[in-house]
Write a protein that binds this ligand. Sequence first.
Ligand SMILES: [Fe+2]
Length: 337
Amino acid sequence: MMTPLPLPLGRLDHYTLIVPDAAACSRFHMEVLGFGWVREQKVNAGSAPEGEYDMLNHVLHLPGDPSRTMVVTEGLTEDSIFRKYLDAHGPGIHHVAYAVDDLAEAYRKLEEAEIPLTSKRIAHDPMTGLRQAFISRDKTGYFIELIERTEEAEEGVFKSGNMAELAKSMKSYIGEGEKAEPSVAATAAPTAVVGKLPCAIDEAKSFLSEPGNLPLWTAHQTVMKDSGGGWIERRMNGDVPLEVKVAANRVSFGWEFTEKPFEVHFDLDETPEGVRVTVPIPQGVDEARAVRTANAIKSELVLLSDALGASVEPKRLEEARQEMGRFHLEVYSRKGA
Ligand SMILES: [Fe+2]
């Protein structure tokens, strides 16, 4: 007689396959089974050199249910933990994730009931607040993930840290558990920042698309009109032309550097609780820069939601303003993007 799970398991959040060819597998799910495309994501889960990737994910949503996702994972290199896992266990379901309300409480109960977990601690992504723990695959042949999502880490949004944590939890299942663990989480750059705005999508779009508003909510505090009526950002090393483009659900900011133009996108989705905004972190920059950018964007989203009428805790607002002041100096003194 086994001990019953001492907590109510929440709804199925997502599941992940490990396969030799993510593109072929996701194509079958979309063309034959009616799954929907969400995004492709490349991650360095710890084995690739800086600026390169060892993991490819195709994120799909279940037929008719955009809030639940299936992740199709392919290891991109021989050294990738996902390729090694595939070699050891064959293709198929790697883990199924269920939502829980309070992961700390769930984790304590699982430990009390002596249910084997893959890690002695809860994984915590400081950027999103996302928390996760994995039940070992010894009894079932696949991992069971318990996940606590916050407002900023919604269904279907996966961060590099999330993936890296998964990679770490797998090591003991391919005979690498005894080796010193590389700091995988530390080498994973954030891929996106997600926030909520307390207004209608049109209001968010019109505020975002006005370059004159940028100094109110971003580190770009020296954006102004030039003598010809175009927008520029005044910087220490000269003025940089700035262009704002508005598409259906996307507002993009482009800085026109001659050698390498630079763009940042704000993707907007209408949800019952307001507008969800997703800002992909530009990839191909070093990890420290990606982390700084992600933190700055997070503060920008705090100021943006305040400007659009959300009631933001005064302490959080003050921290975001200070962060913007610091980041402004970095942006102002940059020579390029
Ligand atoms: Fe997962």
